[in-house]
Write a protein that binds this ligand. Structure first.
Ligand SMILES: Cc1cc2nc3c(=O)[nH]c(=O)nc-3n(C[C@H](O)[C@H](O)[C@H](O)COP(=O)(O)OP(=O)(O)OC[C@H]3O[C@@H](n4cnc5c(N)ncnc54)[C@H](O)[C@@H]3O)c2cc1C
Length: 430
């Protein structure tokens, strides 16, 4: 089949890889010169089934209401009279029951776990080096109450099979790298030993190069996709600002831009851009660095060493507005404070890049993967805060579906996919 993939983020490129391996002809189109220039550019780099919690949960509506008034909240709703924000919020509230929270978390956890296996499959074949570190992830806590709450939350993932350890301060000091300083107010941590870290942009770009070495692959860059043409419930072509491409099938993997394109052909999905910031600090001073990724759970901040770069990310603003944010300065200060706290040797004068990214977030916070109601239109998007972690697994799932081999997926993944079909009316039951 001739397949056109729309979008060269981590989701589009991993989809291309598995579809090429299935023997299809694959073209990726993106508006940027390089792959991974938007949300996949500078995320926190955590490959973390331990982050699989659905964000829609019974306490979330009240939390979001409070966040409107709390200027310092790491996660917050930015209210506006925007129809898609109002619709999204309503759908989000409907997902906030305990039953749906457990179901959605399970779906994300299973895709995330499967995804790490699929990532290993790619690494075994390509030997791509992307600063992967398999030493686990620490979740730090600054007060006993939030640590107790987290203990309760993590027990859900532990029930699903995630291996975690709960560490008090003394145990934490023992477990951490000796050369690393632990801020005084950290009371303990949750440690997830099977989670990893790695550079998403580096991986995506290197995988794109590997795709180029395979027969039947094309990367069309610097072209903005403007529409897809639907004739008799079949997509016949993709139109960009420069060309028209005929195709047998299309995969939409355009992150936050997926919703608009899909709705133009009557496929309705709900995706809200959720703004986050990251700081990448180049440093040659590696001596005193922590050797695992970690999250400072009190301030919703993740810190992680990727080669010679310290990557810090923070913030989740639910907003319909993707114009530059006024909170960038404040978030930058917060990230630099975080860096100073955990990495005292990183100096502010080091080379720093600040970026903002938009997580493509669905109301259930579960991704949309599958065949749409338009026969040859496939969707792989809406991965929200966990797209890097779920990328390879989602790509494998979509490639088997397109190839008509869904039964070749592991049984549990097949049944997880059936649940996705139940959540999203835009997906065709197969
Ligand atoms: C601050 C932050 C931290 C994060 N940390 C983590 C983490 O630690 N672990 C994790 O698993 N996930 C994390 N995420 C989430 C993860 O980064 C995203 O889920 C993932 O990058 C989404 O990938 P994507 O390919 O769907 O979207 P994108 O990377 O945004 O790719 C979409 C592509 O489509 C292209 N495109 C869009 N519209 C058009 C058009 N009209 N024409 C042509 N091309 C177009 C864009 O150029 C882009 O290349 C984080 C996100 C943020 C913002």
């Amino acid at each position: 089949m001739k397949i056109v993939i729309l979008g060269a983020g981590v989701i589009g490129v991993t989809s291309a890889w598995f579809l090429l391996k299935k023997g299809h002809e694959v073209t990726i189109i993106d508006k940027h010169t390089l792959a991974s220039c938007e949300t996949s550019y500078a995320n926190a780099g955590l490959l973390a089934p331990s982050d699989a919690f659905a964000w829609a949960k019974p306490s979330a509506p009240w939390f979001f209401l409070k966040s409107i008034l709390n200027k310092n909240s790491g996660i917050k709703l930015v209210p506006s009279f925007n129809l898609s924000l109002i619709k999204w919020s309503f759908q989000f509230i409907l997902q906030c029951t305990n039953k749906k929270y457990i179901r959605n978390t399970k779906i994300k956890y299973e895709i995330a776990k499967f995804s790490l296996k699929c990532l290993d499959e790619i690494i075994d074949e390509t030997a791509i080096e992307f600063h992967q570190d398999k030493r686990g992830i620490f979740y730090f806590f600054e007060n006993v109450r939030s640590m107790q709450q987290a203990r309760k939350s993590f027990s859900l993932l532990a029930d699903f099979g995630l291996e975690i350890s709960i560490l008090d301060r003394q145990q934490l000091i023992k477990k951490m790298d000796k050369s690393h300083s632990l801020p005084e107010n950290v009371v303990g941590a949750v440690f997830s030993k099977n989670c990893r870290t790695g550079d998403c942009r580096l991986f995506t770009r290197k995988l794109l190069e590997k795709c180029k070495q395979l027969n039947g692959f094309k990367f069309i860059n610097n072209e903005e996709i403007s529409k897809i043409i639907n004739i008799d419930n079949k997509i016949s072509s993709v139109v960009t600002d420069a060309n028209t491409y005929r195709t047998d099938s299309v995969v939409v993997a355009m992150g936050c831009s997926s919703m608009k394109l899909l709705s133009s052909v009557g496929v309705n999905v709900s995706i809200l851009p959720t703004r986050g910031f990251s700081a990448t600090i180049e440093t040659t001073d590696n001596g005193n660095m922590i050797k695992a990724g970690f999250e400072d759970s009190s301030s919703f901040m993740a810190l992680n060493m990727l080669g010679n770069n310290l990557r810090i990310s923070c913030g989740a603003e639910f907003t319909a507005n993707q114009t530059p944010s006024t909170s960038m300065r404040k978030s930058t200060k917060k990230m630099l404070r975080g860096a100073a706290k955990f990495f005292p040797n990183v100096k502010k004068t080091d080379n720093i890049e600040i970026t903002e990214g938009f997580r493509p977030m669905t109301p259930s916070t579960v991704p949309i993967i599958g065949q749409s109601s338009i026969e040859n239109l496939f969707i792989n998007t809406g991965h929200g805060h966990l797209g890097w972690t779920m990328s390879c697994g989602s790509a494998k799932i979509i490639s088997e579906i397109i190839s008509g081999n869904k039964q070749q997926l592991p049984k549990n993944i097949n049944s997880i996919h059936q649940q996705l079909i139940g959540i999203y009316p835009c997906l065709l039951p197969i």
